[in-house]
Write a protein that binds this ligand. Sequence first.
Ligand code: SF4
Ligand code: SF4
Length: 335
Amino acid sequence: MAVPLRQTLRLGAYLARQRLAGRDKFPLLVELEPLFACNLACAGCGKIQHPAPLLKQRMPVDQAVAAIEECGAPMVSIAGGEPLMHPEIDVLVAELVRRKRFVYLCTNALLMRRKLDRFRPSPYFAWAVHLDGLRERHDVSVCQEGVFDEAVEAVREAQRRGFRVTTNTTFFNTDTPQTVREVLDYLNDELRVDQMMISPAYAYDKAPDQEHFLGVEETRALFSKAFADGGRRRWRLNHSPLFLDFLEGKRDFACTAWGIPSYSLLGWQRPCYLMSDGYAATYAELLATTDWERYGRGRDPRCANCMAHCGYEPSAVLATMGSLRESLRALGGRA
Ligand code: SF4
Ligand code: SF4
């Protein structure tokens, strides 16, 4: 199954409520960034480039919870920076879980084993551990040796304690269909994480390494070859089948960046977490003051190579919900 049944049903009910209310734009998931600081310095990261005074700031829990309540999204992905460096990250997660939001806590896992005691397993909570490949590949990606081994130990310890553990893997143009298959086979069959998220790297302008991002045709070629042996039906990928079709080039969609908005220390980022054309104070203001038609591939040259989930997974989810056949395909896990 692409996502847990409880989450699928909750999302379906949420989408039905938006339709009944006549809303054409609404958030499915918020990318919440309560800090930009990190204990790693990956070459592809555009977050740790912020000025030092901003890197020192931490978002108060009340402010983060108020933002999630204002927008009403059923799912929250907490990222950064490294969220485990936030002194009240456990309180923030607990408050969101108490409100029955599905929370993914994204982490590079360096602090995870030390902080596991502060969290409780819940159907509303999952770890999302950053793993860009097998040992050598991942450690090169995060520019530090030993991070892969620590992340694997942290995943195993969290699994022992009954947590739901997912992973998040970004692929670059140094990847091949073989490296994609190797890491997904490992995560699926050996580490046995609950679900895996995958993403083609996007060349956002703050990232210092601009050479290793995938173009649209490279992304399609990479995933269509990696998926050619039917692995995607076996892997527990945390994506809708239509989004995986999109990565393979079998379907195309318009960007719906309003579906996965980003809220950080700077406010609601326009139009998505990959680009910053200013910030809004509330999600309502973001919706009202953004010309959404300006964005997406074919509209804005900065979007030309983007196939990121924040723009296109909501499009795939909405297309799924609008089709009985695709809904049954997603529910049946027929990736
Ligand atoms: S772990 Fe994430 S936030 Fe930290 S430097 Fe790497 S990409 Fe950036
Ligand atoms: S295509 Fe959409 S998600 Fe991608 S960078 Fe442009 S606005 Fe953001």
